[in-house]
Design a protein. Structure first.
Ligand code: CP3
Length: 346
């Protein structure tokens, strides 16, 4: 794990010199791709996550169709939450739903921390199959939700707008909230290290909702647990690049600089050059095209992609990506324009 990798994506994550900027997309396997919809037409989303042959197939689709420089395991951040003992379903209208949310110390006490190889073996089997099916130049990214973001789903019972129940628990029963975050932290460390043993070559920690916290609450409720995950995974898997993503991190960027990640995901609401100036040279960045920009005319897509590459100004440690996941309905030609523009940028 100490030799310098040759793959563009891994090199950029480690801020090593690269011949060109690598590119992949969050949610790159998804409903905007006709080939994904064909598979998804036959099985539910959770069945897809739990069937290694199918998870492998949809993970490889964007590699074949778009030529992106990294693959990301097809699963969902809530899959290990179900293994911890929570009922989980996905509906077309509401997305994820956890009908029995965690609201009290007793609820937290009922959650299990499971052995990921035993209880999430279908994920590890998918990782092995995907790795075997990928060209050597294309690394496989594993992922998990970060403790705070997973806790929001567990406490709210699904996607939320104002996160009232999460904050009510943080402030009204801080001991239970802390215990919940500690349990999740332990589960996430075990889950991510199992993914590396199965064949993942980089990891992304999704703290999508940590941007809804005040800076002070971020320091109390998100940062320490994410830092613990990153530190423990780093110790168990030295040399594996770690990416930390928060949507809406513009107000807390300096707080992320030394959280323990090699790369920070940057959303589109901040300027990439300014973000890099604020972060300094000790950490790489990933991003940051507005996912909705892919609905613009192709010439506009090309101009915006080039503007981001110009903003990075050839500094080492840039992975091109969207600022959040690709949206359903995104035109595939626009995605191809984005990928090709990154690949041919002089
Ligand atoms: O990036 C990838 O291609 C890997 C697969 C992946 C999915 N979800 C597939 C998915 C990853 C990395 C995720 C992460 C995830 N899931 C996050 C964090 C990143 C982010 O986007 O903020 C979150 C918050 C979730 C929870 C989740 N899963 C929601 C809110 C939804 C519903 C919204 C939606 O897009 O439908 C999902 C469902 C989901 N996860 C789908 C996919 C492809 C759509 C399911 C379908 O096919 O119907």
């Amino acid at each position: 794990m100490t030799a310098e990798p040759s793959q563009l994506f891994l090199r950029a994550c480690l801020r090593l010199p690269v011949a060109r900027t690598p590119v992949w997309m969050m949610r790159q396997a998804g409903r905007y791709l006709p080939a994904y919809r064909a598979v998804r037409g036959k099985v539910s989303f959770l069945e897809l996550c739990k069937t290694p042959d199918l998870a492998c197939e949809v993970t490889l689709q964007p590699i074949r169709e778009l030529g992106v420089d990294a693959a990301i395991l097809f699963s969902d951040i809530l899959v290990p939450v179900e293994a911890m003992g929570m009922e989980l379903r996905f509906t077309e209208e509401h997305g994820p739903e956890l009908p029995v949310p965690v609201r009290s110390a007793a609820d937290v006490h009922r959650l299990r921390v499971v052995d990921a190889d035993a209880e999430l073996g279908f994920v590890m089997q998918a990782v092995r199959q995907i790795r075997a099916g990928l060209p050597p130049a294309v690394p496989l990214i594993g992922f998990s939700g970060a403790p705070f973001t997973l806790a929001t789903y567990m406490v709210e019972g699904g996607t939320s707008k104002n996160f009232v129940d999460t904050k009510r628990m943080m402030w009204g029963d801080p001991a239970a909230a802390r215990r919940l975050l500690e349990r999740i932290t332990e589960q996430v460390v075990g889950y991510l290290t199992a993914q590396v043993r199965a064949g993942c070559q980089a990891l992304q920690l999704f703290d999508t909702w940590a941007g809804i916290l005040s800076p002070d609450d971020f320091d109390r409720w998100a940062r320490p647990f994410a830092a613990r995950v990153l530190g423990q995974v780093r110790a168990a898997a030295p040399g594996v690049p770690l990416i930390y993503y928060v949507n809406g991190s513009g107000a807390i960027l300096e707080r992320l600089r030394d959280i323990g990640a090699d790369v920070l995901g940057i959303d589109w609401k901040q300027d990439l050059a300014e973000a890099r100036a604020r972060l300094g040279d000790g950490v790489g960045v990933q991003g940051n095209l507005d996912p909705v920009a892919l609905f613009a005319p192709l010439a506009e897509v090309e101009a915006r992609v080039r503007a981001i590459l110009d903003a990075n100004a050839k500094r080492p440690g840039h992975v091109f990506n969207l600022g959040h996941g690709v949206l359903p309905g995104t035109p595939v030609e626009a995605v191809k324009m984005m990928v090709d523009t990154v690949k041919t940028y002089g």
